[in-house]
Design a protein around this ligand. Structure first.
Ligand code: MGD
Ligand code: MGD
Ligand code: SF4
Ligand code: MO
Length: 758
């Protein structure tokens, strides 16, 4: 008899609740859970084939350990023995910095990825941390860090209540949204229009999202920052700026008009390839809307001036009075966030320190990368600099690497160099279900179980969701084939690198985390637990294992938690209560949270922070930059894709999900390119041969190639993906083109040359 189980989908940020059909231990079907408090039955084509993703025969079922140069199947004991035998020795001989850590995107979709990497980094003591953030959203963290003092305080557009949405560089009809968790994003945009609201999309491609919009502007890639600056300029010049109740919190408002004085609509128009009238009209409409939200994502972040664009997005939300008000852009309050503190000055977001003395400029970063001196941001170094940190000789070189849920050979700039660098490591561990372009270099591969065998909680995305809510999915199918839960894998990895392999159980890692949290809370005079006995609190935690107990603790200490009260309100959160609500608990629409979220040194909103002031001249220089006929390349996502790792699922490949270079008909005619023909694309990092797709969905002067392809390397186990490998767009980059404020790679809007191939 088939049974059903509920599981929140881990395949994108929309976090839809699924109802899985399970026969034996196999997932044979998936549909949207109509009773899910947040997703209400929505499901996309990826969620629908959850079973095929789960059952991919190429998934690794046992660890792999390299012997005599070859990766062979091994037991878990052998795998952790090998790590314990290698990593502590490398650290002892060459120092903590000789071990690097790479964290890829799925870490934000797993419980393990949220709970253990901070402990791993602490155990290793390394500063060589690289994550997918620096090929993605780091500009948002930096701008929020500077404006609000907290890099995680990222305002989210209030999709369900806004009257006007200005969306830049995002295509939620295919991506299902990012840093704006909203199951059924497409339906929510349609509802916005149905209630008389306005959707404006800024994208050099006519995407499915743009096709839905009231207005689509297709500027040159990389011009979001000047465009947004001109919108802000217009608001200020035409006295349309009205921050309303935000005013008392603002620092630097008086200096803003002068800082933006050069960015008149006329000055930016040619560079953006828009008219000054279009820009003015947009600013006036934004100001006139009863409520409005400006939202910029991937295309704004991973283009030139990504941090300035991200900063300007929130400057516009502030100048129009839309920040922190219903219908505008608000700060979600996740159930596992630290409980809100009384308002007041915080520690501040330390993006570098200003050396004493006037006129010396400022130093980005509390430390810098060894080879190129890239400033640290949020304790991370740019992923684009990983290869050079491995292959450049000298003291502090990375000799061992731990890669968790990461495929940087495809996702980071200059994969060929990284590929070669990884091959030269003394030791590498991959925590990954696939033997792919990156993990093929590992000495030990530790495979997590398929998603149906993993519990799920969205530690990350609840903090970016358009509605406060909380859901937990225990594992839908018991662990099979001697598999280990990913949390246990992470805990054992921490023990192995700490020299504790064999002498401590993985639960010790969780116990240490719980005790340290309780020790802090009971010692903190501002905490409701102040003065209580931590051991007695610990004894009251529930949960089947370490990770569940840690979840219980975070829920109870969180903003909706029971705080271990003896007579808690019936709605106060605990793990027990969450388990009693398998479709989740709705915590209501987003609410204003200022000034409570602010953590700046001043306690206010720093509208014009120093690093931004220092970065503006570069943006001013860009005003002189005019289209010169050179082509630039942008990416794109397909509804049935997921970065580099779903090309192996037959149900998701083929059709329009192909690695083609989209070229506008006018550019194709000029260059002699034909639809279905081939072209050579060349940029700073190298050349690729790709099939050409002629379409007017891209604007003139712009070509588009998706990322995550290039599955043609030997030694992988990706039988479906390697049969139709595609080309790795990131091979066109040399790793040097970065947004200087955030270290984020410029993946969109870089110059390329095209020649037709016979
Ligand atoms: N040119 C270009 N490059 C890009 C982008 C772009 O738009 N254009 N997008 C960028 C963005 S936004 C991102 S986030 C990055 C993504 O870059 P990465 O995070 O490096 O790549 P992913 O393809 O998401 O693959 C992550 C790895 O996780 C593994 N994995 C899948 N599920 C699990 C799991 O449950 N546990 C573990 N441990 N591993 C798992 C997969 O097998 C894969 O090896 O790529 C970036 N690169
Ligand atoms: N189906 C699917 N869904 C996914 C993923 C996936 O790979 N496939 N990946 C997930 C991940 S890791 C992320 S981070 C999110 C990203 O999700 P989104 O933020 O929605 O990003 P994209 O879909 O890449 O859309 C970015 C858009 O920016 C446009 N663009 C390029 N350059 C510029 C520019 O300079 N200015 C402007 N205004 N636009 C520009 C591109 O044409 C593209 O349409 O998607 C997630 N969801
Ligand atoms: S939209 Fe995202 S979370 Fe929802 S079913 Fe599709 S892949 Fe899963
Ligand atoms: Mo991403």
């Amino acid at each position: 008899m088939p049974r059903s189980a509920l599981r929140v989908c881990p395949l994108c940020e929309a976090t839809c609740g699924l109802t899985l059909t399970i026969e034996g231990t196999t997932v044979t079907g998936a549909r949207g859970d109509r009773d899910d408090v947040f997703s209400r039955g929505f499901l996309c084509p990826k969620g629908a084939v959850f079973g095929a993703v789960d059952a991919d025969p190429d998934r690794l079922r046992t660890p792999l350990v390299r012997r005599d140069g070859r990766l062979r199947e091994a037991t878990w004991e052998e795998a952790f023995d090998a790590i314990a035998a290698a990593v502590p020795g490398i650290t002892a001989s060459y120092g903590a910095q000789s071990v690097g850590v790479v964290l890829g995107n799925p870490n934000v979709h797993t419980m393990a990825g949220a709970l253990y990497p901070p402990l791993l980094l602490k155990a290793l003591g390394t500063r060589n941390l690289f994550t997918a953030s620096t090929v993605d959203q780091m500009p948002k963290h930096v701008s929020s860090g500077l404006l609000f003092g907290d890099p995680f305080a990222i305002p989210v557009p209030d999709l369900d209540r806004t009257d006007f949405l200005l969306l830049l560089g995002a295509n939620p009809l295919e991506s299902n949204g990012s840093l704006c968790t909203a199951p059924d994003f497409p339906g929510r945009l349609k509802a916005l229009r149905a209630r008389g609201g306005t959707l404006v999309v800024v994208d050099p491609r006519r995407t499915r999202t743009a096709a839905l919009a009231d207005r689509h502007l297709a500027p040159r890639p990389g011009s979001d920052a000047p465009l947004l600056a001109a919108l802000a300029h217009t608001l200020l010049a035409e006295k349309l700026a009205d921050p309303g109740p935000l005013a008392p919190h603002l620092r630097g408002l008086d200096a803003l008009p002068a800082a933006l004085a050069d960015f008149t609509p006329e000055a930016v128009a040619a560079g953006c390839d828009l008219t000054a009238e279009e820009i003015r009209a947009l600013a006036r409409d934004l100001a006139a809307a009863p409520t409005a939200a400006v939202y910029g994502r991937m295309g704004s972040c991973t283009a030139e001036h990504g941090t300035l664009a991200s900063w300007l997005v929130d400057v516009l939300n502030i100048l129009t009075g839309n920040l922190d008000r219903p219908g505008g852009a608000l700060f979600p309050l996740s159930a596992t966030a630290p409980a809100p503190r009384p308002a007041g000055p915080g520690k501040g977001f330390a993006l570098g320190r200003s050396p004493a003395g006037p006129g010396k400029g400022f130093a980005l970063g509390r430390w810098a990368s060894r080879v190129s001196g890239h400033p640290e941001v949020k304790s991370e170094l740019p992923l684009a600099a990983l290869a050079e940190e491995i292959d450049t000789p000298g003291e502090g070189r990375i000799r061992a690497l731990i890669a968790i849920a990461a495929n940087p050979v495809l996702s980071a700039p200059d994969g060929r160099r990284l590929d070669a660098a990884l091959a030269g490591l003394d030791f590498m561990v991959s925590v990954d279900p696939y033997l792919n372009e990156t993990s093929r270099h590992a000495h030990v591969v530790l495979p997590p179980p398929p998603p149906a065998q993993s519990p799920h909680f969205d530690f990350a995305f609840n903090g970016f969701a358009v509605r406060d809510q909380v859901r937990y999915s225990p594992r839908a199918v018991p662990l099979q084939d001697g598999g280990r839960d990913e949390c246990e894998i992470h805990a054992r990895l921490i023990l192995a690198v700490s020299g504790l392999h064999g002498s401590a159980e993985p639960s010790a890692v969780d116990d240490t985390a719980v005790r340290s949290t309780l020790a802090k809370a009971t010692a903190d005079p501002d905490s409701p637990l102040h003065g209580q006995d931590p051991a007695r609190l610990e004894a009251r935690l529930t949960g089947a294992d370490g990770p569940e107990r840690r979840l219980d603790l975070m829920l109870r200490l969180g903003p909706y938690g029971d705080r271990f009260g003896h007579d808690p309100a019936p709605e106060a959160l605990t793990l027990e209560r969450l388990l009693a609500h398998p479709h989740g608990i709705d915590l209501g629409p987003l609410k204003p949270r200022l000034p409570g979220v602010l953590r700046t040194r001043s306690g206010g909103i720093e509208l014009l922070p120093d690093p931004v002031v220092a970065g503006l001249p570069r943006l001013r220089e860009a005003l002189a930059d005019r289209p010169d006929g050179a082509l630039v390349l942008v990416g794109r996502r397909h509804l049935r894709s997921n970065n580099s790792w779903l090309h192996n699922v037959p149900a998701l490949t083929g059709g329009s999900n192909r690695c083609t270079l989209q070229v506008h008909p006018a550019d194709a005619a000029r260059l002699g390119l034909a639809d279905g023909g081939r072209a050579r694309v060349t940029a700073a990092g190298g050349s690729l041969e790709v099939p050409v797709e002629v379409t007017d969905a891209v604007r003139t002067g712009v070509v588009s190639l998706p990322h995550g392809w290039g599955h043609d390397r030997p030694g992988t186990r990706l039988s479906v993906a390697s049969a139709d490998p595609g080309a790795n767009v990131n091979q066109l980059l040399d790793g040097r083109l970065l947004d200087p404020l955030s270290g984020t790679a410029v993946l969109n809007g870089f110059p390329v040359e095209l020649v037709p191939l016979p």
